[in-house]
Structures are given as C-alpha cells and as structure tokens.
Ligand binder design. Sequence first.
Ligand code: B12
Length: 376
Amino acid sequence: MKKIKPDIIKDIIGSNIEGIDAVTVVPVIPLGDAARKVIESIEKGFVPESYHWTREKTEHAYRYKNYSAWARSVIVAAISYYTDEKYPKDQLTGRIARFTWRNNYRYLSLKLEKAVKALGKTLGVKIKSKSLSNYTSLPEKALFNYSGIARFGKNSVLLNRDMGSYFVIGEALTDLEVEFDRIDPLKPPDFSPCGECERCLRACPTGAIVQAGEIDIKRCFQYISENLILMPVSYREKWGNRLYGCSECIDVCPFNHNLDPRAPKHNTGYVGQGVNLIEILKMGAEQWERLFHENQVGIRDKNAILKNAITSLGYLGYRKSLKYLLSFLEHENKIIRAYTAWAIGKINTKTGKKRLISRYKDETVDSVRTEIEPFL
Ligand code: B12
C-alpha cells in the first residue's frame, strides 16, 4: 500500500472527529533515552514496589514490545479537561482532582477509535489498530514529548502552550504505513518550557518533586490517594480535604493560569468536583458503584478512598463527624483503624478519648496501637 502523508491523516481526523485538541502521527520507534530515565528512577527507589516495574518491563514498554510486530505508526492525541467549573468552597465536600471530574481517558480513547474508523472509511483500507489512554505499558508522556505536541515540565507533566497541562493524552497504534517528513522525527526537543521557574517544586505538599522532572511517586499525594497506604502523620497534617487526587504542582504552574476553559462538559464517567465526606463514610456498596461507575475513582480499592475521607475529617477536626467515625475504629482493616484513631484523636473530644482508650485495650496490631498512644 502507498505510504500516507501525516497531514492527510490529521485532515481526515480533523474533519470527521470533533473535540480533539491536538493530534499528530509518529513512527513506532524505541524511546531509549526516556526508558533509561525511568530505569534510573526505579533504581533510586522512586517507583513503588507495588507497580512491579522492572528494567526489563520498562525496556519492553519503551520498545512497544506488545505491538511492534504489526504497529507501524502511532496517532497521538490530546484533549483538554479544563472547564469553567469550580472546586466546591464547602470544606466538607471532599475534593476530587480536576482530571477525574469525568473519565477523560475513556472519552479520548473512544474518540480515537472513531478516528481510526473514519480514516479506514475515507482511505478505503482496513486498519489494524489499538486505541489507548493512560495505559501503563506504553511510554505515553515520552511519546508526546517527542511528538512535539507537548513538552515535559519540571513537575513531570506535559505542557502545551494552548492547554497548559490540563490535558490528557491517548494514542492509536495502527498498521498504517506513513511517510514521515523528518528522518529522525523523534529527536529529543531542546526546548524546555519552564526556564528558571520552580513553583511546582515548592508547591508540592510532600516535596515529592525531588528534582526537575523527577517524582518520588511514593510521596505524591495523587499516588497516596489511590492506594491504601499508611502515610506519615506529617503528610496528614497537609492533606486538606482531599477525597481523590492532588494537582498542586499543576495548579501553581503559570502555563495553567488564564486558560481558555475549552473542554467539553461530557458525561463519560462524570462524578463532579467533590463528594460530601460524611456521605462517603455512610455510603453503601450499591450507591458507591452508581456514583463512581465509569470513573477512575471507582477502579480504586474502596478502603483507599475511605481512608482519604477519614484523613480529611481528621485534618478538618470536624466534631460532628465523630459519631460516624467511631464505628470505623472497629473496622476489619488495620489501616482504616489506624487513620480513624488519628482522626478521632485530632477531633479531640471526651467521647472520642474514651473510645480510643477502650480500643487501645482490645487492639492487637502494633501499628494501630502506636496511632492511639499520642491521644491517651
Ligand atoms: C503511573 C502514573 C502516575 C503516577 C506517577 C506519576 C509520575 N510522574 O510518574 C501518579 C499516580 C503519581 C500519577 C499522577 C498524576 N498523573 Co499520571 N500517569 C501515570 C502513568 C500511568 C505512567 C507514568 C509513568 O510511567 N511513570 C513512571 C515514571 C518513572 O516515569 P515518567 O514520569 O513517565 O517520567 C520519566 C521519563 O519520562 C523521563 N523524563 C522526564 N523528563 C523527561 C524529558 C525528556 C526529554 C525525556 C526524553 C525523558 C524524560 O524521566 C522520568 C523518570 O523520572 C501515565 C500514563 C503513561 N503510560 O505514561 C499517567 C499520566 C502521566 N498521568 C497523567 C495525569 C493527568 C496525572 C496527574 C496530573 C493527575 C492529577 N492529579 O491531576 C498527576 C500528576 C503528578 C505528577 N506531577 O506527575 C497524564 C499526564 C498528562 C499530561 N498532561 O502530561 C498521563 C500521561 C495519563 C494520560 N494518558 O493522560 N500518575
């Protein structure tokens, strides 16, 4: 089959699919430099063991191991998620980070599937393809950095002049043979958007940005909010009223100020800007499933989200939540018991103290006892 020019692909997608903010096509070429950086980060201990990322797996991913047998080109696309909706002012509404107000990953990968269909129809060819977004085993960020659509910022997130960094990315691997203009289209860019600015490094509540472009993932509140992890008390003191996610390092970025709220308010996995923290404690399985259906929050361990709500209530010292928190002192999960003990201690009431004393007598797990001790 004759090779297709990238501009033709972009034109066909542009005239058939609405709402993709940036699109281009790159060849399937190993991204060795970026893979080496990731491996260095793994070796420095910045990647949690639970991710099971090894040198070998990283090299495979950055060589498109699962796709290289047939994929010849990658259509890369980005959509903004910046709308004019605001975070709730009420502190009791546990905050959900902007990128998860809706499931933008799903929204984008569905658009990419449609884009490939439109291409096949217009070009009159059958295209083998795989559309993905937020797929761990692909070097998504490095791919976009090299594609020229966006560049790495010091917060390790990609920046684009029109969308700031409030955008998600996705890709359609295809078997289309494309006539690439440049011989080495993946040459690393020499442009860094950040200059001397280091606001993100200073804004991170836990100092997780260890140096420009490198995150100690285990310290990142986004990661902690996704997992049932016992974070240090010093982190809880900075937790705020988060229910899911953190985007401090993005919100302070000057590229994200005065942006055009261009993103569609679509319904795919819509959950909104936050949920009442007490409602989270009271919520049954069915309501939980309905609320978080199709949203990123819904794929997480419910206890991970519960611990976020409990930590927020402890942070806020919200007395009226005590009666709801007390039952969690008896929770079957020791991490939930630990956070609850801390939150009840912070709320600092006579009833709370009494219950902590009685829990301390029955508690057999050392890490939970340690949480109760400061409040006895
Ligand atoms: C795991 C993951 C996370 C983890 C780890 C984040 C991280 N920085 O690694 C956690 C849970 C913390 C997370 C958080 C967020 N995530 Co996330 N996440 C991913 C995921 C699935 C894998 C990323 C990964 O492999 N990380 C491992 C580390 C070791 O590698 P790395 O960050 O990719 O960077 C390494 C190399 O690329 C290289 N590198 C760095 N700079 C440069 C520069 C050049 C020139 C080169 C060649 C290489 C290079 O060095 C780094 C090693 O230190 C990607 C999807 C994907 N497949 O890429 C989404 C993804 C990165 N996440 C995304 C989003 C939106 C977020 C959040 C912004 C969400 C939010 N709360 O608002 C935060 C941002 C936090 C932050 N500052 O990074 C988007 C980012 C979109 C964008 N505009 O860049 C992605 C791309 C998903 C998507 N398809 O849109 N995420």
